[in-house]
Design a protein around this ligand. Structure first.
Ligand SMILES: NC(=O)c1ccc[n+]([C@@H]2O[C@H](COP(=O)([O-])OP(=O)(O)OC[C@H]3O[C@@H](n4cnc5c(N)ncnc54)[C@H](OP(=O)(O)O)[C@@H]3O)[C@@H](O)[C@H]2O)c1
Length: 349
C-alpha cells in the first residue's frame, strides 16, 4: 500500500479526561533526510496515556498533541539519507507520543525489525511493556534462577510480561493483583495476593519468610517503605512508576520528589553499610541502543512462542477514548491495542 493523501490521527485537545481525545484527518508527514514514514498496523494503549490525559506524565508535550507510546507498522516512505531501511519492511518503535496515528514519522535509528511470524497486535504488546519488563528483571535487578521476586501490579501491562519472563528464567514470582484478575493470571504459574483484601506485607512474609530477592513496584511512594522491609539481605527494590498517585491533587512531580527522597536516603545508608546489601533503584525505559537490542530479543521470543503477551482487546484507532476508558476501568487483563482500519465487528481479542 502506498502513501495516501490523508490519514487518521487522535489528538488530545485538553487535560482532564478521555472526552478530550478527538479523531481528525491530516496529511501524512513527508519524512526528513533521516526520517521513515510508517503506516501503523497496531498502536498500544498504556498507563502512560492515562497519565497524559490527566496532565500527570513527566515531560509530556503541551496540548494539543497526538498521544501513543508504541507501534508496529510497515514502512511506506524513507528519507533521502536513509540507507538501512526499505519500503515494505515491518518495524516496531517507541516514539513515546505520536503513535496513535495512521502515519507516523520515526527517525531511522529508532526502528527495530519485526519478524514475519509476529503479528502487529502481539508485537506491539512487547514494545513499551515488554522491554520495561525485561530490563527491570535482567538489567535493573539482575535476577537469577532460583530467586524469589515480588511483582506489585502483576495484572498490569508490564506486570503480566514481567511475571512470564521471570517464570521463564526459573524465578519464583509472588504478585499482587485485584481478585478479578486472578483466574486470568494463574496459568502463568505465580502466587497471587489480592492487594485489596489481604495485608500484602504479612502475606509476603508468610510466603517468603527470609524476604524476597527483588521487588518491582510501579505504584509510587506510598508502598515503598513496606516493600523495602520485605527485601532479603542483598535484595533489590526497583521502583518504576506512580500508578497509585493518578488521582492525587498536588503537582504531578510531588510523588516523584518523595520517591527520589526515599531512594537517596537508602543509597546513603547502603554506602555506609547499613542496609545489609539491600539497594533501591529507579528505572526508566529509554529508546536507546539497549532498548533496540532487548526489543529484538523479545520479538524473537514471541516469534518462537516462548513469550505469549496477553491481549485484552483490539479496537479501531478512532475508538482511542473508549480504549483508554476500558484500560482505566481495569475490567480486562492484557494489553488493549488500537488497530487503524479495524472493522467494529473484529474487536474481540
Ligand atoms: N519507568 C518506566 O520506564 C515505565 C515503563 C512502563 C510503565 N511504567 C509505569 O508503570 C506503571 C504500571 O504500568 P502498566 O502499563 O503496567 O499499567 P496498568 O496496565 O494500568 O497496570 C497498573 C497496575 O497497577 C495496579 N494498581 C493500581 N493501583 C494500585 C494500588 N493502589 N495498589 C496495588 N496495585 C495497584 C493495578 O492492579 P489491579 O487492577 O490488579 O488492582 C494494575 O494492574 C505505571 O505507573 C506506568 O507509568 C513505567
Amino acid at each position: 500500500m502506498g502513501k495516501p493523501t490523508t490519514g487518521t490521527e487522535i489528538v488530545l485537545t485538553g487535560l482532564g479526561g478521555t472526552e478530550l481525545l478527538t479523531s481528525r484527518r491530516s496529511a501524512p508527514p513527508t519524512p526528513g533526510p533521516h526520517g521513515v514514514l510508517v503506516r501503523t498496523e497496531a498502536a498500544g494503549v498504556a498507563f502512560a496515556e492515562v497519565q497524559m490525559v490527566h496532565g500527570r506524565y513527566p515531560g509530556q508535550p503541551k496540548v494539543p498533541f497526538v498521544p501513543g507510546y508504541d507501534l508496529v507498522g510497515e514502512i511506506v516512505e524513507v528519507g533521502s539519507a536513509v540507507t538501512s531501511w526499505q519500503v515494505g519492511q515491518r518495524v516496531a518503535a517507541m516514539p513515546v507520543t505520536g503513535a496513535w496515528a495512521e502515519y507516523v514519522e520515526i527517525r531511522d535509528r529508532e526502528l527495530v525489525p519485526v519478524p514475519d511470524e509476529v503479528d502487529a497486535v502481539t508485537g506491539v504488546a512487547v514494545v513499551l511493556n515488554g522491554v520495561t519488563a525485561w530490563q527491570l528483571l535482567h538489567r535493573a535487578a539482575k535476577v537469577r534462577r532460583g530467586q524469589t521476586v515480588l511483582v506489585h501490579g502483576v495484572g498490569g501491562g508490564v506486570g503480566t510480561l514481567l511475571a512470564q519472563l521471570a517464570v521463564a528464567a526459573g524465578v519464583r514470582v509472588i504478585g499482587t493483583a485485584s481478585a478479578h484478575r486472578h483466574d486470568a493470571l494463574r496459568d502463568i504459574g505465580i502466587e497471587l495476593i489480592d492487594h485489596r483484601a489481604e495485608d500484602v506485607p504479612s502475606r509476603v512474609a508468610e510466603l517468603a519468610p527470609g524476604g524476597v530477592d527483588a521487588i518491582f513496584d510501579p505504584l509510587g511512594p506510598a508502598s515503598l517503605d513496606a516493600s523495602w522491609q520485605l527485601l532479603a539481605p542483598g535484595g533489590t527494590l526497583v521502583t518504576y512508576g506512580s500508578a497509585a498517585t493518578l488521582h492525587d491533587t498536588g503537582p504531578w512531580w510531588l510523588p516523584y520528589l518523595r520517591l527520589v527522597g526515599r531512594l537517596a536516603r537508602w543509597e546513603l545508608l547502603r554506602l555506609i553499610g547499613r542496609t545489609g546489601g539491600r539497594r533501591a533503584r529507579l528505572y526508566y525505559v529509554k529508546s536507546n541502543a539497549q532498548f533496540r537490542t532487548d526489543l529484538a530479543g523479545l520479538l524473537q521470543m514471541v516469534a518462537s512462542g516462548q513469550l505469549r503477551p496477553m491481549i485484552a482487546r483490539r479496537l479501531p484507532l478512532e475508538s482511542a477514548a473508549e480504549a483508554l476508558d476500558l484500560h482505566i476501568s481495569g475490567a480486562r487483563t492484557g494489553r488493549i491495542v488500537l488497530v487503524p482500519g479495524l472493522s467494529p465487528e473484529a474487536t474481540e481479542a
